[in-house]
Design a protein. Structure first.
Lengths: 339, 425
């Protein structure tokens, strides 16, 4: 039985390997959705589809990244993103190490630049990084030879999240998302998920509307090709995809609304509000979902909710991304520093 | 409910730009018909010959003191005083005890008003929790429970970032903001307008710039957020100039001032002592003149009473310890007639617009007009009839008025609220 499974796994590896060899994204790091072309994203999604069976199977271990080193450098808490990157790396056969800011020498006063140089000197192939500072991943990436995947930088971007979201949307609404109505609800001001999702939605021609109080909106949404409708019921009319964002309490979002209870009353996605959307509308959330604040259980526990699907898509997406970026180290150019 | 026919009065309805001698028929709480020589059988006939028939007055700013300070005033006594002054709709400021910062207080006021009030009461919620200026109130819920605006009246929100968020939040839920406009760093400890009289009396002054600076701040926030703001009890020339400038830029900014601010100056402090202690303070003559000019050119489009009743003992004390405010409902119309209409600063129609349709429009209330179908809120008064203000005859519990003993014009004869005669002479 076990040998049989191993065989299937090896055949899958081989076909995946071939597929993976066919293309490599032009960018050497994944900092923003804008680092990928639309065709590259479509290629990634084709590969992700092929990994689904492998990662749902009994034997998940492959050796595609055998001998490679992956560092997960997380300066903020995470359940989904870090676990799926780490698990995907291990499934691929890479050696993975997790570093948190509090357990690193940054807590002793080492700068981000020196931390970058130090970690890079250990010849990692990939660094997956999360930070509370917008733009810090880009700065970090410029100073290391390892390929860097942005797992969330402050209020800026979280590209792998947007990819898994778009992939999940395609699974349920078909490959052509052009003109589908995407309604994003919640803390637009602080959300890096919004930053990446809106860029991805623009690339794929979705009709994106955000609904949130004027306190939680970015001052100019024209760059994202997004419109703002503060009235949630109006915004949800005929929605195909409802995407809820958590209030970023760690970024002081609570001072932007009177209280959690009033926020929940005015912007929660519940069964009554879902009725304004299309009957086959899907409900998504980047997690962690705060039940009865972001999404009511009477929606979360129905077939409309794709939250668990998103997590699985994330796992598969990260499996593919690690593969695609694991061979960039040799090629990547790092600017020399003036001193 | 009995039908009412008011005959031969001079009907002035600024909302419809009408000023005519005609009859007006009231049925089922509404204005039914206006016309010459109406031949209708009514249950009650009122002869309004030689009197003005106007929409009942809308007062955007008053303190009813209930809940919390029922010793000063109650919803019932306030409504009686308002009706006596021809005022049929009043906005209740939130600085009660507890502060009207959540639905429980708003619903208490509305349920009490439904049971006891003689006039329409529109509660105003607070912008920040407890009017403390630290945290935005649950403004959506305040609106749901019946609050028609928010204000931190009595104080001002000092933190511009918080004010900006509050304005953005009010814009989200289309909630009007009534601004008490004051920089506390400049006004702290002040007792009266800073100037000649404060220097003479040795009382700590409140500089006019404390209002001007706060006005400028709020105008900037209105421009930034795209929301609207209404400045209440405007008292300084600087504030008037800033408001005019903002209006010329088409910002959604409106303003009111009070009868005491356009009638008196800081000299009243010398004459009337604590009865002239009010916030913002009565200012000097150049400020008063600026207010009159702004009323004339409509920079200030509304007049509100800032009715602030206090106990006898709270005014019969040292100036620095005395309560702040004037009992204003019952001198509201007479001061407008005496000090704005009689000196020909405003026509009767212009003056009435400022206390009927203009405030109603600012707050989005369906009040302040005699259009057929409108709520039958009517005041019948005689602008030529004079009397002497007697504060002890006030229906309000608050007898605190610097106008006691003054000869004024404009006597209210009847007040009708929602088709019911509430006050009759």
């Amino acid at each position: 039985m076990l040998t049989c499974l191993k065989k299937i796994n090896i055949t899958m590896n081989n076909s995946l390997l071939k597929e993976l060899e066919k293309f490599s994204p032009t960018a050497s790091d994944l900092i923003s959705i804008e680092d990928l072309k639309k065709s590259e994203i479509e290629n990634i999604f084709n590969l992700v589809e092929k990994t689904e069976n492998l990662l749902k199977g009994e034997m998940k271990k492959t050796f595609l990244l055998k001998g490679k080193t992956q560092l997960n450098f997380f300066m903020e808490n995470s359940t989904r993103t870090r676990t799926s990157f780490e698990l995907a790396g291990k499934n691929l056969g890479a050696d993975t190490i997790n570093i948190s800011a509090s357990a690193s020498s940054m807590s002793k006063g080492e700068s981000l630049l020196d931390t970058a140089v130090t970690l890079d000197s250990m010849q990692p192939d990939i660094i997956v990084m999360r930070t509370p500072s917008s733009g810090a991943v880009k700065y970090f990436a410029k100073n290391v030879h390892a390929a860097v995947i942005n797992a969330g930088d402050g209020c800026n971007e979280h590209p792998s999240q947007a990819l898994l979201d778009l992939y999940t949307m395609q699974k349920f609404h078909g490959k052509n998302l052009k003109g589908k109505k995407l309604v994003i609800v919640g803390d637009i001001l602080h959300s890096r998920v919004f930053g990446s999702l809106a860029r991805a939605a623009k690339l794929f021609g979705l009709n994106t509307i955000v609904t949130t109080p004027h306190t939680l909106i970015r001052p100019d949404l024209s760059y994202f090709n997004v419109t703002h409708e503060p009235n949630i019921e109006k915004a949800l009319k005929d929605a195909d995809i409802i995407y809820s964002l958590r209030l970023q309490t760690e970024r002081a979002s609570l001072s932007y609304v009177p209280s959690i209870r009033e926020y929940s009353k005015t912007y929660i996605i519940n069964a009554a509000r879902l009725k304004f959307a299309n009957p086959n509308a899907i409900v998504m959330h980047a997690g962690p979902v705060i039940r009865e604040v972001d999404i009511h259980t009477n929606v979360l526990e129905t077939e409309h909710s794709l939250v668990p699907h998103q997590v699985f898509s994330g796992y598969c997406i990260r499996f593919v991304l690690l593969n695609l970026f694991a061979n960039k180290r040799k090629l990547k150019k790092v600017d020399s520093r003036p001193f | 409910m009995k039908s009412i026919l008011i005959t031969s009065g001079r009907i002035i309805d600024p909302a419809n730009k009408t000023d005519q001698i005609a009859d007006i028929f009231v049925k089922n709480e509404k204005i039914s018909q206006i016309g010459k020589n109406l031949k209708i059988d009514a249950d009650i006939l009122i002869d309004a010959k030689n009197k003005v028939v106007s929409p009942g007055f809308v007062d955007m700013h008053s303190h009813l003191r209930e809940p919390g300070r029922e010793d000063k005033e109650t919803i019932y006594t306030a409504s009686l005083a308002a009706a006596s002054g021809g005022i049929t709709s009043i906005v209740a400021m939130p600085n009660t005890d507890p502060v009207a910062d959540d639905q429980t207080v708003i619903e208490f006021i509305l349920s009490k008003a439904a049971k006891e009030s003689l006039v329409n009461i529109f509660p105003c919620g607070s912008i920040t929790v407890g009017e403390k200026g630290n945290k935005i109130s649950e403004i959506w819920e305040l609106k749901q429970s019946g609050a028609i605006a928010v204000s931190d009246d009595g104080r001002d929100v000092q933190n511009a970032d918080l004010y900006r968020k509050a304005m953005q939040y009010c814009r989200t839920h289309n909630m009007p903001i009534i601004s008490h406009t004051e920089d506390h760093n400049l006004s702290e400890g002040g007792l009266m307008h800073e100037g000649t009289i404060s220097s003479k009396l040795g009382l700590k002054g409140i500089p006019a710039c404390s209002e001007d600076i706060a006005t400028a701040k709020i105008i900037c926030l209105v421009e930034d957020t795209g929301h609207k703001a209404h400045f209440t009890h405007v008292s300084s020339k600087g504030a008037v100039d800033l408001i005019a400038l903002a209006q010329s830029k088409k910002l959604k900014i409106t303003a009111d001032t009070t009868p005491h601010h356009f009638s008196l100056t800081d000299e009243a402090v010398e004459k009337h002592g604590t009865f002239a202690k009010v916030h913002p303070p009565l200012r000097s003559e150049n400020h008063r003149k600026a207010l009159i000019k702004a009323l004339k050119n409509n920079t200030i489009s509304t007049i509100s009473s800032d009715h602030a009743p206090h106990l006898w003992k709270e005014k019969e004390c040292e100036f620095d310890k005395a309560a702040v405010g004037i009992s204003g409902f019952e001198t509201f119309l007479p001061l407008i007639i005496t000090n704005l209409f009689n000196p020909k600063h405003l026509s009767l129609s212009q003056a009435l617009a400022k206390i009927t349709i203009n405030p109603a429009k600012i707050l989005g209330l369906k009040k302040g007009t005699l259009s057929p179908g409108a709520d039958a809120d009517i005041c019948i008064f005689d602008p030529k009839e004079s009397f002497t203000v007697d504060r002890f005859a006030f229906k309000s519990k608050g007898k605190n008025s610097p106008f006691h003993g003054m000869k004024v014009f404009g006597k209210v004869h009847k007040t009708i609220v929602n088709g019911e005669i509430r006050i009759t002479d």
